[in-house]
Ligand binder design. Sequence first.
Ligand SMILES: O=C(O)CCC(=O)C(=O)O
Length: 313
Amino acid sequence: MYSCVSLRLTASHLGSICVDQLVDSLSLLSDTQGLADRARAEGYLFLPGLLGANRILGVREAILAELADSGWLAPNTNPKDAVATPGMKLVEPEPAFMQVYDKLQCIESFHALAHAEPILSTLKSVVGEEVVPHARNIARVIFPHNEKFTTPAHQDYVHIQGTEDTWTAWIPLGDCPSELGGLAVLQGSHKCGVLPTESAYGAGGLGINTSELAFKWRTTDFRAGDVLLFHSLTVHMGLPNRTAKTVRLSVDYRYQGRSQPVVESSFLPHHGRLGWDDIYAGWSSTQYQYYWRNLPLLVEPWLQENRLPRPAR
Ligand SMILES: O=C(O)CCC(=O)C(=O)O
């Protein structure tokens, strides 16, 4: 039924999947056509060190300060080490998780990072026009000893909608070796169209059975400053946090060409518990507040049927 389903992986469950290294595309940065060709062919771009590590560590520190204040980090440890309070393993959307998540949503540097010029210019090369960052930025706080809630294999499009030519930037907030639970992409899977989903544990609550998809999973030991960009139809999944006590922090930002359709919720705060005025209340600059309002965006409705399987166009 789907043109891409032909070969079989030897096993489908996490732990026995063979995962190869992400291919480094940094050398293509000055080659607009080469970058776009690689992105279109593989459905992802891995750009090690695209962002300055110090900027990433600044956002990390701001988030860890909130986690420490909220009792999520072990007493008498340095917040920089992100050591989880023993036994703590909250997940969204549990009320106790969301109370702290609301504080993370108010962090100015977390939202400002989505506007980093190297990401905007890279994606401009990929989509062929100026991009607009979505405003619904997501922070991930992934506790150890909680594998059941590892992000399942999924495509972002079914959650985001608007244009399929939306790109996610997944950015680890600090070094993120595989053991800490990074992200893996299924190279080339964006050519499959919208794949069937089933309900699943973990972020998004919808998973894809990838056992019959004939593509390679790829990941790496990420370093602070690395950026992984992928298409909204590229299947990807979180890797389990198998450390003894360390919290994994990362962010997801989304981007699309300014002329392409977008749904309104892409400019609402993630989870919609706070309004933008609440979020902006303590910010020092207005530069990234309501930045999308002056753009002539093509807003379309979010449709339930767009979640359903559909072969590649
Ligand atoms: O970091 C994660 O575990 C999940 C990120 C992701 O898959 C997403 O936001 O689409």
